[in-house]
Design a protein around this ligand. Sequence first.
Ligand SMILES: [Zn+2]
Length: 172
Amino acid sequence: MFKIDFDNPLTLSVIMPKRDSINHYFEHILGISMPFYVDKISYEKEKENENEKDETHVYVEYHKALRFTSPCCKEKESQRKRVHARTWRALNMGNNQTYIHMNLPSVKCNKCGKTQVIDVPWARKSCNFTYEFEQKIVAYAEYMPNSAIAKTLEESDKVISDIMQYNTSKQD
Ligand SMILES: [Zn+2]
């Protein structure tokens, strides 16, 4: 019987669903790579206080036939368990605040039995912001106080200080 080799990028590119070029563009700029893909993009107007804000929402999917490698032991073909609805904030696109949404599956490791959510290429584990968003904060921190960064990026001071704390402590 023909067996799909999920580790072969060529096979993956063949079995991935067909998407429009706009979806490919968002995958490219947001660092969403196989086996993940952009399924849907929507634009919304959010009313905040008296102001209207434009938002871009990017919905990510993965090929449902895929088996994931466990984050703990890198064990291939780990069993997929329940999914967790997650949202990550990405850098603004123009004036639009941009969010990535995905039902992130957890996998049960065949080796150690631990169940964990899988890793994604655009953000670190349990962080609700993309790597690029974090890097922007670190770059701003060279010449701006946290409160000014928070205002510029429309986030809370706590978010900025948490991200700064993580990024400065890992460099020591
Ligand atoms: Zn394991």
